[in-house]
Design a protein around this ligand. Structure first.
Ligand SMILES: Cc1cc2nc3c(=O)[nH]c(=O)nc-3n(C[C@H](O)[C@H](O)[C@H](O)COP(=O)(O)OP(=O)(O)OC[C@H]3O[C@@H](n4cnc5c(N)ncnc54)[C@H](O)[C@@H]3O)c2cc1C
Length: 316
């Protein structure tokens, strides 16, 4: 049985792995890839390269450590996480992780503690040009790129209050914020009213995405509005949806506490409501959808887990 299994190898899982190596824990990392979201870079046509701190560079050193210690990594799909053992026997619980390898073989691992760092699910929309331009002038997570839009035009699309806040943040320095929202979204009406007072926010309500267009980069989007088809030219195009945590593998019987956005509730030690089960990065309530915060949370979680494992065992 392992001391620890880390689920996910994005920034949170990678930094946790480096700290687990330092603490000489007997552990494994299980993930479908190495690097997680940092493998997706958004390059912007009108933005100087040096103004962007690339996410992949931020995790580079952690990534290479795990790459070098490849015996600690299993590139498998996590299909189930459950607790074995007596309910109520606080420290006696054993966790079981089920996975599927790429050749279809099912695997099973047992561990005393688990760190869940599986991030969020990818949102996919069926819009012409989306796949073609994804990562080239078109992407998501505008908060990582806000500063790059000083006196430039930017296009935002989303179906919740998250995209409204993103537009308000951008209006402080972008020349024009073109915000398209669909009819079937759910928006805080006070924030919507606030938006209408900003002269540089152009709001398109009841909008539908028709097509992203460009050459090397995305340069234009066509949207359908009640007034007709509108073509919007901008320096960047961002789709901002409420991120949904990637937690389909959790056994409901674990009774893991989640917040309204389905994220794992953690305390300041990154421990969840289930003893021995920790979470870090975008999947938990501390998540800030940034590489640096995920790296810090992963490292902090690994240190907490080390302390947890050293506590004297309490069996009922
Ligand atoms: C397009 C884009 C651009 C971004 N740009 C920046 C930026 O410039 N700067 C910045 O600070 N932040 C940026 N972010 C945000 C940042 O990348 C994330 O906040 C960060 O990667 C979260 O780290 P994480 O470890 O919590 O999760 P993730 O990076 O999402 O990693 C999760 C890991 O879990 C694995 N996983 C999930 N489910 C399973 C499963 N069932 N089985 C096996 N493995 C699984 C995934 O394969 C992945 O390896 C960007 C995000 C996106 C989407």
């Amino acid at each position: 049985m392992y001391d620890l299994i880390i689920l996910g190898a994005g920034p949170a899982g990678l930094s946790a792995a480096v700290y687990a190596i330092r603490k000489r824990l007997d552990f494994l990392v299980i993930s479908q890839d190495l690097g997680g979201r940092t493998n997706t870079l958004v390059t912007l046509p009108e933005v100087e390269d040096y103004t962007i701190i690339k996410a992949r560079e931020q995790v580079g050193v952690y990534r290479s450590r795990l790459h070098y210690r490849s015996e600690l990594l299993r590139t498998e799909k996590i299909t189930k996480l459950q607790a074995l053992g007596e309910p109520g026997a606080v420290k006696a619980t054993v966790f079981q992780v089920n996975t599927r390898r790429s050749d279809g073989m099912e695997q099973r691992y047992e561990t005393r503690t688990v760190l869940i760092a599986t991030g969020t699910k990818t949102v996919s929309l069926d819009v012409p040009g989306l796949k073609q331009f994804w990562g080239r002038g078109l992407g998501t997570n505008i908060q990582s790129y806000n500063h790059a839009f000083w006196e430039k035009d930017v296009f935002l699309y989303g179906d919740s209050t998250r995209v409204l806040w993103a537009a308000l943040d951008l209006s402080d320095f972008a020349a024009g914020v073109h915000l398209a929202i669909p009819t079937d979204g759910s928006y805080d009406l006070d924030v919507l009213d606030q938006l209408r007072e900003h002269e540089n926010i152009f709001l398109y309500e009841d909008a539908k995405l028709l097509e992203f267009q460009g050459n090397e980069f995305c340069r234009t989007v066509e949207i359908q509005t009640p007034q007709g088809i509108v073509s919007i030219h901008a320096a960047g195009f961002f789709l901002e949806f409420d991120p949904e945590p990637a937690l389909d593998f959790i056994d409901p019987q674990l009774g893991l506490a989640r917040d309204d956005d389905d994220r794992i509730v953690v305390d300041r030690f990154m421990e969840s409501s289930v003893s021995g089960l920790f979470a870090a990065g975008d999947v938990c309530t501390m998540g800030r959808y940034q590489v640096l915060t995920a790296l810090g949370q992963g490292a902090g979680a690994a240190l907490s887990i080390y302390q947890w494992l050293r506590r004297p065992t309490i069996i009922d």
